[in-house]
Write a protein that binds this ligand. Structure first.
Ligand SMILES: Nc1nc2[nH]cnc2c(=O)[nH]1
Ligand SMILES: [Zn+2]
Length: 448
């Protein structure tokens, strides 16, 4: 067993239910003891109580930082880690000039393996322990991603990205081949370790009805498979999808009429959604990955979170790297807050607890993993990060002078970057940084 002693912040209850300003939405413990056995949290209480039950156990003392659940990114593109930062273009131009040329390079398996290493390392460095990842158009590159993620034990859901029109020729595949390649990848990876397979047409803009049928076939052939794609991101994209699918009721319907929407479906963006589309998503139990830094960087628009919530659509957060400007889910939370503020009366005035929920437990729920991760309750896997800023930084100064846990969390979302994520654990295994060197020896016993 491992015994942690820490200041803990998490959100076991949905802070979008009830009064958003209710301070009890944020569970904060000043001096908490957490026992982890076989990767699972088996005890959590005041440290003194846990210590009394385990008087001889070595303690990993993290009280010089803040322990949070591992972060959850519900929309991030693996092949785009090297193109982050190309600013000032709308979606379709950015795809053509930046993203798609890079994605073609992943046809080279060695190149893809390098990118997979960079991508997974970047997730871990940002404290992301669970992610729904947009894969590559090339099967060997998807193998490289799953292989690399397995080295860290990350909870990755991903798959082959498929398209049969509207993109450069090397990224296209015919629907029969797409179905076969997806099925083969799912056999190799779905349910292996913590990997799960996601059927992933890039977007209806680049997929014919035959391709979407092939995707439905692939999804039906893999029990428990996930579905992900893009929707309603940019006005020019939405207009073209309307032109391509004249008989569809709307963009969401291009997926729905192929049976692709259900509780294991996550659609990214949905900035320009109609009420009818929100009603379809709510009825299907599908989630939307809100990607605020990407939406801002590409000028895609201001996400109508209030309307999603009013319709009962599950919302989580995505970094959307590489249109998004980095892997940090703290940055996404902050940008979500800015965007909702810019919407004025139509926006949701997001609290720090709501940001943490969106970046942890809400994401886990959107991905169907909330029975395993998303908070630090007994019974959950110990997926966690310790935020411990370097001395003298604004975050360090702020955290040393906070009046309340909610204030501390606000400072973390405002100021924390990847370097402040000092330690990362997945299922109790430390996958980044140096927390274990803090094991405090107990009198008469060696530290473990
Ligand atoms: N932001 C974003 N939107 C897309 N729509 C289709 N492909 C992409 C992509 O790579 N990034
Ligand atoms: Zn995307």
């Amino acid at each position: 067993m491992t015994l942690f002693r820490a200041r803990v912040l998490d959100t076991p209850e949905d802070p979008f239910v009830g009064d958003a300003r209710d301070p009890s939405h944020l569970r904060a413990g000043e001096d908490v003891g957490i026992v982890v056995e076989g990767g699972t949290i088996t005890e959590r209480d005041d440290f003194a109580v846990v210590r009394a039950a385990h008087p001889d156990e070595a303690v990993i003392d993290l009280r010089d930082g803040w322990l949070l659940p591992g972060l959850v990114d519900t929309h991030v593109h693996y092949p785009q880690v090297r193109v982050i930062g190309a600013l000032g273009m709308p979606l379709l131009e950015w795809l053509e000039r930046c993203a798609l040329p890079e994605e073609q390079r992943l046809a080279d398996a060695d190149y893809a393996a390098e990118v997979a290493t960079e991508f997974v390392g970047s997730l871990v460095a940002a404290g992301t322990t669970t992610a729904l990842v947009f894969g590559s158009h090339f099967p060997a590159a998807v193998d490289a991603l799953f292989t690399e993620a397995a080295r860290y034990g990350l909870r990755i859901t991903s798959g082959l990205v498929v398209s049969d029109r509207g993109l450069p020729e090397p990224l296209l595949v015919d629907p029969r081949r797409a179905a076969a390649d997806q099925a083969a990848l799912a056999v190799r990876w779905h349910g292996v370790g913590r990997a799960r397979y996601a059927v992933t047409p890039r977007f209806s803009y680049s997929a014919s009805d035959a391709m979407l049928d092939a995707c439905a076939e692939a999804a039906a052939s893999v029990p428990g498979a996930w579905f992900t794609s893009h929707v309603n991101e940019n006005p020019a994209e939405v207009a073209e999808v309307g032109r391509l699918f004249r008989s569809a009721e709307h963009y969401v319907d291009t997926y729905d009429r192929h049976g692709l929407l259900g509780p294991r479906s996550v659609l990214a963006h949905n900035v320009h959604a109609s009420d009818a589309e929100l009603a379809v998503l709510a009825a299907a139990g599908s989630a939307v990955a809100h990607c605020p830094s990407s939406n801002s960087a590409l000028g895609s628009g201001l996400f109508p979170m209030r309307r999603h919530l009013d319709h009962g659509v599950t919302v989580a957060l995505g970094s959307d790297v590489g249109a998004g400007t980095g892997f940090s889910m703290f940055k996404e939370g902050l940008q979500a807050c800015f965007v909702q503020g810019l919407l004025g009366a139509e926006g949701v005035a997001l609290s720090a607890a709501q940001l943490l929920w969106l970046a942890t437990r809400g994401g886990a729920r959107a991905l169907g993993l909330d029975d395993q991760v998303g908070d630090l309750s007994v019974g959950r896997q110990f997926d966690a990060i310790c935020v411990r800023p370097r001395g003298g930084t604004a975050l360090d100064i702020g955290l040393r002078h906070v009046g309340s846990p909610a204030e501390a969390l606000g400072k973390i979302f405002a100021l924390a970057g990847d370097p402040d994520v000092a330690d990362v654990w997945v299922a109790g295994e430390q996958v980044a940084a140096a927390g274990l060197r803090r094991a405090a020896p107990v009198a008469g016993r060696p530290a473990r």
